[in-house]
Design a binder for this molecule. Sequence first.
Ligand SMILES: [Zn+2]
Length: 335
Amino acid sequence: MTPASPDINITPETPVRAPSSVPVDDAVLPYEVASLDLRGRLTRLGPALDDILTKHDYPPAVGKLLGEAIVLTTLLGSSLKFDGRFILQTQTDGPVSFLIVDFQAPDRLRAYARYDARRLAAGQDSAALLGRGHLAMTVDQGPDMSRYQGLVALEGGNLEDAAHEYFLRSEQIPTKVRLAVGEEWRGGGDGPKHRWRAGGMLLQFLPKAPERARQPDFHPGDAPEGVVVDEVAEDDAWVEGQSLISTVEDIELLDPDLSGERLLYRLFHERGVRVFAPLPLRAQCSCSREAVSGMLNSFEPADRAGMVKDGKVEVTCEFCSSVYQFTPLEAGVEE
Ligand SMILES: [Zn+2]
């Protein structure tokens, strides 16, 4: 990690310092293009993502999909100012029926997916793996605060599509999201080494005058015949923002040798981009022997007794695959 830097202004006119050429992995970089009223975040994930996906040993397509969900979670959850939690989950009818990413502010990430190996086939992309169902985003600010939940339908699209739909319908903030996950092979003494990498970008149009953020909401086809459809022209600044982010290639989001600052500079230098201090991320599960023991105690005695196998109770954490073993006595089972 490079040390947290204060607002770094990397506009060509007034360089406070040159854009860092040192790539920073496992961090979210907030940025702003003030001249276009654009704000956003850029995520680069290396070791933290590799740690999560490698522990589970998923088939590559499932790992890629869960990786996309993890990147999306970091883009959305990293704006939490409090010591809270952002949980993204999908429940769908595709081969990957359930996935969950749990982000605990300020930096902890964990995730897992459930899939049916018999339904996996070559060539399935993330949309095909998901199928139809819904995506839920939960913001949990602790026991004394109300939980917020946002829901969006998954209707055969991927997670980028779902994020766009969510921001259009629920938040009414013009938003573009890009997600990329890749497998990197690096040569070494004991043969090529496999690593997961990911990158993602969120771009939002946040003008001071709210009418500038109006978007063409419903397809004209939805209107009954004879009704004049109110055509909303998108603001020029947002048209430009969308066209700039649409030029970002997956390879640029994943490139371990291209720093996030350089990528942002490459995209927005003509308009001037300010990059703020990176927010570090790490893979860490919050499970503990104490917490698992507490969960066991909340079960009915008969259910606990049914969990005894070979003279012990064994619980595996679905997030990190840690195995916790208890004697029947510890698990509260009467001998
Ligand atoms: Zn765990």
